[in-house]
Design a protein around this ligand. Structure first.
Ligand code: ADE
Length: 243
């Protein structure tokens, strides 16, 4: 998988991309991230990338020419892969988007900065707009790293089998069940007996029930989308009042 990132601040990416699972994915060749500073494509003496907003108002606006030139020089015209603009106006990024992007051979991320981007970038260069949540950051760099991280860990072979994404919160549409490890008792607080029982069926039932109840209590909005089975509904009805 190849991800091309267009940013004014490529140094913001170095630390995150070098460490841990993402660092390993890049080291193994499963993931390639190419950073492009589109200021290099500004043709005037001062390498200007932004300008005042037509019509007035606060905040500078990213000019179209340097970003179009950078993207087209790397990806062709029109670009050969999806081009995703990070913006608080985009669709809110979800695990389902990470899964969809993880199946692509390549995509590009455009990081805005300052007040916003010229509308022609949004309409004529980006094929999709993503937000990482309903808050405003100083630029698209941290959101781009969030997308890269969420996608990279879904590329086959990037996580070891012990870190499998199948049990993640959200991959089933439900929140993850509670996890315990040794010791069986810590400061008098015991791990649930069933997890030490060796009874795999009973463990799977307990985990499913915990996932359902935790989702009901914390994120009831997710429950309908997760399409609970008949057995799931019985668990929710039995325990629902405890919420
Ligand atoms: N740029 C600034 N804030 C953002 C957000 N919440 N998501 C994506 N891009 C952004």
């Amino acid at each position: 998988m190849r991800i091309d990132v267009f940013t004014l601040f490529p140094q913001m990416f170095a630390g995150v991309l070098a460490e841990s699972i993402i660092g390993r994915a890049i080291g193994s060749g499963a993931l390639e991230v190419q950073l492009h500073n589109f200021r290099e494509h500004a043709t005037d003496r001062h390498h200007t990338v932004d300008d005042y907003s037509y019509g007035g108002g606060p905040g500078m606006v990213l000019k179209p020419e340097p970003l179009f030139a950078a993207v087209e020089s790397v990806l062709g015209a029109p670009p050969a892969c999806p081009v995703i603009l990070l913006t608080p106006q985009g669709k809110v990024f979800a695990q389902s988007d990470a899964q969809r992007l993880a199946e692509l051979p390549a995509f590009a991320l455009l990081c805005g900065h300052y007040g916003g981007v010229d509308e022609r970038i949004r309409q004529r260069l980006a094929t999709e707009e993503l937000s990482i949540g309903d808050y405003v950051l100083t630029g698209g760099e941290l959101p781009a790293l969030v997308v890269i991280d969420a996608v990279a860990r879904l590329i086959p072979g990037v996580l070891g089998s012990e870190e499998s994404p199948a049990a993640d919160s959200h991959s089933s549409g439900l929140l993850q069940y509670p996890l315990y490890t040794r010791p069986p008792e810590f400061r008098g607080w015991k791990a649930p007996e069933v997890l030490l029982s060796g009874n795999h069926q009973a463990i799977a039932r307990w985990r499913r029930a915990q996932s359902l109840l935790r989702t009901l209590q914390r994120r009831p909005d997710l429950l309908n989308k997760a399409e609970p089975s008949e057995a799931d509904r019985r668990i929710l009805e039995e325990h629902g009042e405890e919420g």
